[in-house]
Design a protein around this ligand. Structure first.
Ligand SMILES: Nc1nc2c(ncn2[C@@H]2O[C@H](COP(=O)(O)OP(=O)(O)OP(=O)(O)O)[C@@H](O)[C@H]2O)c(=O)[nH]1
Ligand SMILES: [Mg+2]
Length: 135
């Protein structure tokens, strides 16, 4: 169970926390994961500029994702919802996935990306960078 950190522009850290949503995870591992995520987020809250929640477009948003979203909002941290791996879906499937995600997250803006096909990645980068510059 690892958190990967990438140093950006010699100034910021992008921290990749492990996925929390796997149905397969045992209760013990789930609790450990929740512990790691909440420890990290709460410990670093005053330095965190943005939290990005990644949702696999094929798996759709789960209740745990909404819980995570509300938890992050409760800490008064800015959140962006990202729908990932959209290259795996047809146009109509993607549309359904986007609508479902928007519905789950109170119609807030989401960014739908594919890292393999480099779709909307520049927009995601831009949105994260905008947060770094804010205050
Ligand atoms: N088709 C497709 N596959 C992707 C994309 N991005 C990542 N993957 C693949 O999906 C697999 C799982 O990667 P991630 O979703 O990053 O999952 P992970 O980091 O291992 O797991 P968690 O972060 O703990 O959920 C890897 O084999 C990636 O190469 C994408 O945009 N499109
Ligand atoms: Mg990961």
């Amino acid at each position: 169970m690892l958190a990967n950190q990438f140093k950006i522009e010699n100034k910021y850290y992008l921290t990749d926390l492990p996925g929390y949503g796997f149905a397969k995870l045992g209760k013990n591992l789930k609790e450990q994961l929740d512990g790691l995520i909440s420890w990290y987020v709460e410990e670093k809250a005053e330095h965190i500029k943005k939290v990005v929640i990644l949702i696999d477009s094929k798996l759709w948003a789960q209740e745990v994702d909404v819980e995570m979203y509300k938890y992050i909002l409760g800490l008064e941290l800015p959140v962006t919802i990202v729908l990932s791996k959209i290259d795996k879906l047809s146009k109509s499937e993607l549309w359904k996935s986007i609508m479902h995600t928007k519905d789950k997250f109170f119609w807030q803006e989401i960014i739908a990306v594919s890292s393999t096909k480099k779709v909307w990645i520049a927009e995601l980068t831009k949105s994260i960078k905008a947060c770094l510059l804010a205050k």
